[in-house]
Design a protein around this ligand. Structure first.
Ligand SMILES: C[S@@+](CC[C@H](N)C(=O)[O-])C[C@H]1O[C@@H](n2cnc3c(N)ncnc32)[C@H](O)[C@@H]1O
Length: 227
């Protein structure tokens, strides 16, 4: 390793360690209903997913799920191959405890999404409010490479971020805001856009946060590489 690469590597490790510590603290201090992103029912995600008409055994992953109730509702809808990934072990343990015996029906992963190298491919990759924390272009690209490579050909991607009229920070961290065009352009190398919608999310303390939800279809690996 050259000295320069060594420095990049050390910086990368310390950013990732800081990221995990941040989120473990958040979930240590704040209960489910005391975080701005809390949704009693993740209605927008559920209605987008419903439109895909996926078979009930479709492989679904929720990226940066925290202790969101999406997994509870997907189980209630009969989906049987769900993976829940988050960088925070506290968040994952809380979601497992809430689900009780049903937690056994879910694959749980504690990992930074950038370090996740699954052995299976997914039919649906869902991410609400995690991708927007990647403000570094290299990390953004690593995330999108991973989504592209770990989705089946024609698999679905749902990305939900703060919109251009949304907050500039979340949980004290800077986020990148997206318009429909900015997100579609960024993803156009690997994904075909299905549609985008904007949604106003009401926090538990009645503040409005504007989100954009875009859904895409994955292009086959060789097609993605050629574009
Ligand atoms: C704003 S919360 C959203 C949680 C959930 N998606 C929801 O909609 O309720 C962001 C989540 O992303 C997780 N996260 C942040 N950076 C991550 C990373 N690099 N890899 C995996 N998870 C991450 C955090 O622990 C947190 O649970």
């Amino acid at each position: 390793m050259t000295p320069r690469n060594f420095v990049y590597c050390v910086i990368g490790i310390s950013i990732m360690t800081g990221r995990k510590t941040h989120w473990e603290n958040v979930y240590n201090k704040h209960p489910l209903t005391d975080v701005s992103w809390y949704e009693p029912v993740p209605e927008t995600s559920l209605s987008i997913i419903k439109r895909f008409k996926l078979p009930k055994d479709a492989a679904i992953i929720d990226i940066g799920a925290g202790d969101s109730l999406l997994v509870d509702h997907l189980l209630l809808s009969g989906y049987s191959n769900i993976t829940v990934l988050d960088i925070s072990e506290n968040a994952i343990e809380r979601a497992k405890a809430r689900l009780g015996d049903n937690a056994k029906m879910v694959n749980w992963v504690v990992s930074d999404v950038l370090d996740y190298h699954p052995s299976e491919k997914y039919d649906l990759w869902h991410d609400r409010a995690t991708f927007h924390f990647f403000t570094d272009p290299v990390e953004k690209q690593r995330y999108l490479d991973s989504a592209h490579q770990n989705l089946n050909d024609d698999g679905y991607l749902v990305l939900s971020t703060f919109s251009i009229t949304g907050p500039e920070k979340c949980s004290g961290l800077s986020v990148e805001q997206y318009s429909e065009k900015k997100m579609s352009d960024l993803l156009s190398r690997y994904f075909d856009k299905i549609r985008c919608i904007t949604k106003a999310h009401m926090t538990p303390w009645d503040a409005i946060q504007n989100f954009v939800y875009c859904s895409f279809r994955n292009r086959a690996l060789e097609r993605g590489a050629l574009v």
